[in-house]
Write a protein that binds this ligand. Sequence first.
Ligand SMILES: Cc1cc2nc3c(=O)[nH]c(=O)nc-3n(C[C@H](O)[C@H](O)[C@H](O)COP(=O)(O)O)c2cc1C
Length: 205
Amino acid sequence: MNKISRPDAGSTHRVVEPHILYFGTPVVLLSTVDADGAVNLAPISSAWALDRTVVLGLGPDGQTSRNLAAHPELVVNVPGPGLWRQVELLGGTTGRADAAHFVRDKFGHAGLTAQPAELVAPPRVVECPLQLEARVADLRADATGEFLVAEVQVLRVHAAESITVPGTDYVEPAAWSPLVYNFRHYFGLGPELGHSSRSRTPRTA
Ligand SMILES: Cc1cc2nc3c(=O)[nH]c(=O)nc-3n(C[C@H](O)[C@H](O)[C@H](O)COP(=O)(O)O)c2cc1C
């Protein structure tokens, strides 16, 4: 039987009201285009994957949301830890032409390089080791009405040679680290602790 403590039984935890609940999720850079084909690039940390679906949490007023509603294609570019300064720089900008912190050329602003995608209109970010070309399958308001939830289907995956297992389609976990947004601080991964029994790339040594 599980041991269940009484609420007042110890002092290991206390009730807190943190401003945010960013408990450590990888950052992605979404590239999108508007109806005229103008490119936008924005960092998002509310992103998770299930099979070939990626679910994204978006503020409704950003240019990224507008673009996805107008043109339902994107690239989910996944940066490594070395790009945290560029991510932080982009987070302070918007592609909304009517906003004070509007930046038309986000790639140039952050010193990043655009590369054409193969199946979708928005470009890929060369500096990101993983690039997922995707199409929006669903875009709706969340239960609170304050955010948008986008479900996107991944159509094609590009991985830098340097993070793949040579001669296979696998990403080498020892070579890859996401950029993790941890209560508004940026981290990479620490050393490997172990692997899942489902891993297709267990270490032999
Ligand atoms: C590390 C980081 C993570 C972010 N995560 C999100 C997110 O998950 N959803 C979101 O809507 N905005 C997020 N933002 C804020 C947007 O990047 C920001 O609002 C930006 O101005 C949107 O640009 P846009 O208007 O061109 O789309 C994040 C910013 C940073 C720096």
